[in-house]
Design a protein around this ligand. Structure first.
Ligand code: ZN
Length: 447
């Protein structure tokens, strides 16, 4: 389906917020019309999102994330996640025909919710797929604990979570680090218990060998058999990326000593986690599952931005035993966007622009996107990180805003490259297809 681009090109040419909260005249973003047209016609593969089940299951669905972010202490929200973000109005209008600019008062929000409820009821099980259609997305990778009603192949492909497998011992010590981690480790315990149970066990086995075989590999194989195309790590919320490479015997000793109970020594426990991460990444390579890693300054007031410097992952990417594993750096690693570009030279490393396309306006994002595309255009993937960020921005609004901002950023980057004589328009069209569709299709072997 061709996007309703004529109207959108006008509506999304750029918003300026005038005094009083109304929209001023659009600003011309100067995207080459031929490139703009090409981009508008592409049904994208969304590399990363958190769609919620179709109504009525959506009301109680909590499996859209292993670590839902709505239970954290307040942070300073970026502009795009505030209730007065101008593009919310464009998304509400496109999705639900609701024509009131943000911010909404209680009555406005009630009106919007009534319109949402009507569309949801009309579409029923097809509601999630309908959202994809509105956002120009053909296939969405659903990063969820489990798939479910209305979230199913072929429009949705599964990406489950692997973090719980990294932390099999008593996590009280790790949970004490910050209030956020206290919440997160409690949630991970639920996922880990689920994985143990689904593996046919009641408790974690007594030895590392058995844990690897009967829980870790069993879980990854079960995910693969259930249609998973990748495993997602939110480990950035739980610890830093500095994974060392301890021998298996060392990890086995730590596991055996504390699996029965007691608080593990922090340094020893880290060695076990480090070993487990490499083991899981190796198994993912064997099973043809990509490894997705959250790389971006994260949500929550205690997130360690220093701990997610993607250069900390370089030893993994350079480990010859892991060359069969495809690593995808989600959210493009902002603020480390240049480090990400350099890492894309590794044959098994990719990056997506999910979430960046919500948080940053197109021209800002086009800056580093252009640099990536000039460097290695075949390693950059489109994504949205469509997530229920707030009452104003549910996952449908987030998908819509990300898709349209990403297309504009891509249009600006490619227009600049053509204008400077780096590529011609035909190549610009090819790169647009690579980013929005073909790179993901090749990586996940969807054809
Ligand atoms: Zn996400």
């Amino acid at each position: 389906m061709q996007l309703q681009r004529c109207g959108l090109a006008m509506a999304l040419a750029g918003w300026v917020l005038a005094a009083g909260g109304t929209m001023a005249e659009p600003v011309d973003l100067k995207i080459d019309p031929q490139i703009d047209h090409e981009i508008a016609g592409i049904q994208a593969i969304d590399n990363h999102a958190h769609p919620v089940l179709a109504p009525p299951a959506m009301a109680t669905d909590r499996e859209f994330d292993a670590l839902p972010a709505d239970s954290l202490e307040p942070q300073t929200d970026p502009s795009a996640l505030r209730p007065d973000y101008p593009l919310l109005g464009a998304a509400w209008k496109a999705l639900y025909g609701f024509d009131t600019p943000p911010p909404l008062d209680a009555a406005g929000l009630a009106q919007l919710n009534a319109l949402r409820a009507k569309v949801e009821a009309d579409k029923g099980e097809q509601f999630p797929a309908w959202v994809l259609g509105q956002a120009g997305i053909g296939t969405m990778l659903a990063n969820r604990v489990a798939m479910g009603y209305g979230i199913a192949p072929p429009r949705f492909r599964w990406v489950p979570f692997a973090d719980a497998l990294l932390f099999p011992l008593d996590n009280e010590g790790l949970a004490a680090a910050t209030p956020d981690r206290k919440t997160f480790f409690a949630l991970e315990a639920i996922v880990r218990a689920r994985y143990v149970k689904e593996s046919g066990l009641t408790d974690a086995p007594a030895t590392l060998d058995d844990y690897l075989k009967k829980v870790v590999t069993a879980t990854l194989e079960r995910h693969k058999a259930g249609g998973a195309v990748a495993e997602k790590f939110e480990v950035a919320y739980l610890r830093s990326f500095d994974f060392s490479d301890p021998p298996r015997a060392v990890a086995a000793k730590v596991y055996a000593r504390w699996i029965g109970g007691g608080q593990p020594d922090a340094a020893d426990y880290k060695l076990l986690q480090d070993f487990l991460f490499r083991y899981i990444a190796t198994e993912c390579g064997r099973l043809g599952l990509a490894v997705h890693l959250h790389t971006l300054g994260g949500i929550g007031s205690y997130f360690s931005v220093a701990g997610v410097n993607p250069l900390l992952l370089e030893p993994l990417f350079n480990d010859h035993r892991l060359r069969k594993t495809h690593f995808v750096l989600l959210h493009g690693g902002w603020p480390y966007v240049r480090e990400i570009a350099a890492l894309l030279q590794k044959p098994n490393v990719y990056a997506d622009i999910s979430c960046q396309d919500i948080l940053f306006p197109p021209r800002t994002q086009a800056g580093w996107l252009r640099e990536w595309l000039e460097f290695v255009p075949d390693k950059v993937l489109f994504g949205t990180d469509a997530y229920g960020f707030s009452e104003q921005m549910g996952w449908p609004e987030a998908a819509w805003i990300a898709s349209h901002d990403a297309r504009q950023a891509l249009g600006l980057a490619l227009t600049g490259m053509v204008a400077d004589g780096e590529i011609n328009r035909a190549r610009a069209g090819e790169i647009a297809h690579l980013v929005l569709h073909d790179n993901a299709e090749a990586l996940y072997q969807f054809k």
